[in-house]
Write a protein of this length. Structure first.
Length: 288
């Protein structure tokens, strides 16, 4: 079993890479406000000639992700491009040419996705496919509240497009379920799911293509570092793409990795059990 080494500053590690594939929620902001250390570290990396592609499982177009980043105080100097699960899901829907779509999700919060869908939104009984951006009320509901609806979709043989493969997310101190919880339940009852984001290959494949475009040439995997707070999504995606990873311990795994608020080698050893995706190093936060 390989346990990531603990680092206080990320500056020396980042100097070994040309491209960062950086998660957003839990690394760049906490759902409410930007982390000043991440702003500084990413801006400094770009100032030295590096390229930062933010890779987000947000179920919304990248233009909307950028607007949200602005609102939370993430500086524009911190990133070059954004690859969002929302865009990946919308591209899949367009490629399949579905004429009628049923969407599960909070319409007000995910309005940008609803408006970008190129097919009429219809009742489940009339749909060619289902898209899920999240739970309608993620503070009161769980995936089980959708079992009956998902069973109807399965009986009709519909594919579910999961526009956010995350199972849960921290919003400040709260841990809330995401669209991935519904996708996992749909798979468990035998349904077909298109996963539009990390840890599935589509996300980093799109991000690496964007990095190559920005740098006007192919990017060597050995010069790419993935940064994320989720073993299941960020680190697994990095392992699948054959790139190194930096684990941010204060995100989704903070209760396991930082008992008592301190990053512990013993806690990391338990968290990074044999067989899981590796990380080169672990830090409490992305900072210089």
């Amino acid at each position: 079993m390989s346990v990531p080494r603990i680092i206080e500053s990320c500056d020396e590690l980042l100097a070994d890479y040309d491209v960062l594939l950086c998660d957003v929620w839990g690394v760049v902001h906490d759902g409410r406000r930007a982390f000043s250390g991440a702003n500084e570290a990413l801006s400094a990396f770009r100032a030295r000639g590096g390229t930062v592609v933010l890779v987000s499982n947000a179920p919304t177009p990248s233009a909307n992700v950028a607007r949200v980043l602005d609102e939370k105080g993430v500086v524009r100097d911190a990133w070059d491009a954004i690859v969002s699960s929302g865009d990946l899901a919308l591209s899949h829907i367009a490629e399949r040419g579905w004429r009628r779509l049923h969407i599960i999700g909070p319409e007000r919060r995910d309005r940008a996705f609803f408006e970008a869908v190129g097919a009429p939104l219809v009742a489940l009984e009339e749909a060619d496919a289902v898209a899920c951006t999240g739970l309608v009320d993620d503070r009161r509901e769980t995936a089980e509240d959708y079992r009956t609806r998902l069973e109807v979709a399965h009986a009709r043989g519909l594919e579910l497009v999961c526009a956010n493969p995350d199972l849960v997310v921290h919003v400040g101190p709260d841990l809330l379920p995401c669209a991935g919880a519904l996708g996992a339940l749909y798979e468990a009852i035998g349904g077909r799911v298109f996963w539009a984001g990390k840890p599935y290959p589509i996300a980093y494949r799109a991000a690496l293509a964007e990095a190559a475009r920005l740098r006007a040439g192919e990017v060597e995997p050995s010069r790419v570092l993935a940064i994320g707070d989720s073993i299941r999504t960020d680190l697994a995606a990095a392992a699948g793409a054959g790139v190194d990873a930096l684990f941010i311990a204060s995100g989704i795994h903070r209760d396991e990795a930082m008992p008592g608020g301190e990053l512990s080698g013993d806690a990391l050893a338990r968290l990074f059990a044999a067989g899981g995706p590796p990380a080169l190093a672990a830090a409490t936060a992305l900072r210089l």
